[in-house]
Design a protein around this ligand. Structure first.
Ligand code: HEC
Ligand code: HEC
Length: 361
């Protein structure tokens, strides 16, 4: 939530509008509109609607996977289709449910044959703005993340991607769609690109916090939430890690979650083998946070009050704890205000996304 960045992107948006009006005006003067419309369609360009408060998407979409309407729609089908699991019981949407900001409300998720994984499903919103995906950042891109769950024995349950592609190739409708979108038969690379494109359209912005902080709408936040915002940035030190417009530094930190159990998850260390990252996890976005309980990578906290108490105590001490985590000495009133502010981070940009009415045959 840096002021400067917003001003820039507001300026850009404003300039964008100017160009739009200019081009639109020319189109009305000369009977070119039909031709131009067709050109845009042929290129398949897709203008992503970005809610207020979020960064310009342009810099975040990889050059080799531009957004197109057809590709996004294919990705939506794949995301919701349970046939993309070994026994037709699980889709991405089973654990990332549209009704709850694309998480599942469970402490840890259940996959195929009700098997449980060891981590809580993150709200898969604003993934557009992250490079490293998963709690431990093991997928370097959203394309890579988008194919991981299929070959996970406790998620979609295929032995490998080849097994899934062979199953998909029996669905003629998918072969046609892949031909249309990629000009090829079904490939795992295409699956990844389509699902990643769909996921890039699941956004959350225009929250009361955005409207207050960047839109200058003084009434958007209650007085308690306004005090909470100041605490979030100052005394409670949350922005040391939950910084910027998506409330994350995109870095990995050890808060101590799990160090009070005998099954510590080593997190980022298992990916990098860097001892500095033992027990470190990615700072998650806090957008939609009051809708996406339970919290933390092991889903241990059911409420935001518990989360705030955890930080107030200085997390859970361990030899690898991040030194940004210190006891906060918040009063009860301050804890309450901070939670009020967290509730103001719910926004919009994902609610319109629903399961397809039917799937390719
Ligand atoms: C069985 C439940 C389950 C299924 C099915 C599932 N996920 Fe997940 N998802 C999870 C869990 C649990 C995590 C966290 C795992 C981790 O970080 O190690 C996760 C993490 C993610 C993330 C990372 C979010 C972040 O903040 O880094 C994305 C994106 C995601 N899933 C999308 C998908 C897609 C796309 C599919 C289908 C191909 C899918 N998931 C299938 C449970 C599931
Ligand atoms: C040192 C960096 C750091 C600081 C400071 C910090 N956080 Fe976090 N936050 C994280 C990380 C990393 C996680 C995930 C940790 C895990 O699961 O092991 C997290 C998780 C959370 C979650 C759970 C998110 C979810 O989707 O499950 C909430 C809520 C949260 N933080 C709020 C806050 C608040 C409020 C403050 C200030 C009082 C704060 N954080 C301070 C790094 C930080």
């Amino acid at each position: 939530m840096k002021k400067q960045k917003t001003d820039n992107s507001r300026l850009k948006r404003f300039m964008g509008l100017g160009v739009f009006l200019l081009v639109g005006g020319v189109c009305l003067l000369l009977p070119l509109q039909g031709a131009m419309g067709q050109q845009a369609k042929e290129k398949g360009g897709f203008a992503l609607k970005v809610p207020f408060g979020l960064d310009d998407p342009a810099g975040y979409i990889p050059a080799d996977n531009p957004l197109t309407a057809d590709k996004i729609e294919l990705g939506r089908l794949l995301f919701f289709d349970k046939r993309l699991s070994k026994d037709n019981s699980i889709a991405c949407a089973s654990c990332h449910m549209p009704g709850v900001a694309f998480t599942d409300g469970q402490q840890v998720s259940s996959g195929i044959r009700r098997q449980q994984g060891g981590r809580s499903a993150p709200a898969s919103i604003n993934r557009l703005y992250s490079k490293a995906q998963f709690w431990d950042g093991r997928a370097a891109t959203l394309e890579e993340q988008s194919i991981g769950p299929f070959a996970n024995p406790v998620e979609h349950g295929f032995a490998d991607h080849d097994e899934m592609i062979a199953k998909m190739k029996k669905i003629e409708g998918y072969r046609k769609l892949f031909k249309k979108v990629f000009g090829t038969d079904i490939t795992i690379g295409g699956v990844g690109k389509a699902i990643a494109s769909f996921q890039r359209t699941i956004l959350s912005g225009n929250s009361p916090a955005d409207r207050f902080d960047m839109g200058g709408d003084e009434k958007a936040l209650s007085p308690a939430a306004q005090r909470g915002l100041v605490l979030f940035r100052e005394k409670a030190r949350c922005t040391k890690c939950h910084s910027g417009f998506n409330s994350t530094d995109e870095k990995f930190h050890n808060l101590g979650i799990g160090w009070d159990t005998n099954t510590v998850d080593l997190g980022r260390y298992m990916v990098t083998k860097d001892p500095q990252e033992i027990g470190a996890f990615k700072t998650p976005t806090l957008r939609e946070i009051s809708r996406t309980a339970p919290y933390m990578h092991d889903g241990r906290f059911g409420t935001l009050e518990e989360v705030v108490n955890f930080y107030d105590q200085g997390g859970i001490k361990n030899p690898h704890q991040d030194n940004l985590i210190v006891p906060l000495k918040l009063t009860d009133q301050e804890k309450h205000d901070l939670v009020e502010f967290l509730h103001a981070l719910n926004g919009e940009g994902w609610q319109h996304i629903a399961s397809p009415a039917e799937f390719p045959k």
